[in-house]
Write a protein that binds this ligand. Structure first.
Ligand code: FMN
Length: 171
């Protein structure tokens, strides 16, 4: 099974990228492709830019990466209660190529933050809107207090580990 994993963040040391990668690798026999959203930096979406120059090629690469995957594991950074600007920009551009951005793929939707909220606000927004973008959500989890839960690339909290394994088993 080909799994596409990404953290919906442009932080080089993204904790969401780490969580997505960890979870994707729990899937038995998975061939994991880990995207870095920094590779998809594009001009800020605007209809005027689109009319003049069209959709940037990197948006097509993002849509194609989803098309080539059997399943997706995405973990969402929360900035001021919602998506990181980096993810939202890629999402907006991608939606101009394919409104059904997630193309009926099974998707695990995660979120984490260093604090007790676990980015649960952006998680809820993402899960609620997934049907509009044809993401087939197989499981979701908000992971609070990331730095207490994941250490040196390992999940040290047993209940979180079990929950992530349960989600990975649904693919
Ligand atoms: C501009 C900004 C706004 C933030 N807003 C929130 C927030 O609303 N909720 C939250 O849980 N964390 C918030 N944070 C903290 C992030 O959860 C933290 O930076 C986390 O590392 C982001 O995930 P990432 O490492 O995958 O980028 C914010 C961080 C920044 C830089």
């Amino acid at each position: 099974m080909k799994i596409l994993a990404f953290g919906a963040s442009s932080s080089r040391q993204s904790i969401n990228k780490a969580l997505a990668s960890y979870t994707a690798n729990l899937v038995e026999g998975a061939e994991v492709t880990l995207l870095d959203l920094n590779d998809f930096e594009m001009p800020l979406f605007s209809e005027d830019f689109e009319k003049e120059f069209g959709v940037p090629a990197k948006a097509q690469i993002f849509v194609d990466a989803i098309a080539q995957a059997d399943a997706i594991v995405a973990s969402f950074a929360e900035h001021n209660g919602t998506y990181s600007a980096a993810y939202k920009n890629i999402f907006d551009w991608a939606s101009r190529i394919e409104k059904a951005v997630f193309q009926n793929k099974p998707i695990a939707v995660l979120s984490t933050s260093p604090g007790p909220g676990g980015a649960s606000s952006v998680l809820a927004q993402t899960v609620n809107s997934m049907p509009f973008f044809k993401g087939n959500v197989v499981g979701s989890l908000s992971v609070p207090n990331f730095y207490d839960v994941m250490k040196d690339g390992e999940i040290v909290d047993e209940s979180v580990k079990q929950a992530l394994s349960g989600i990975a088993a649904k693919f």
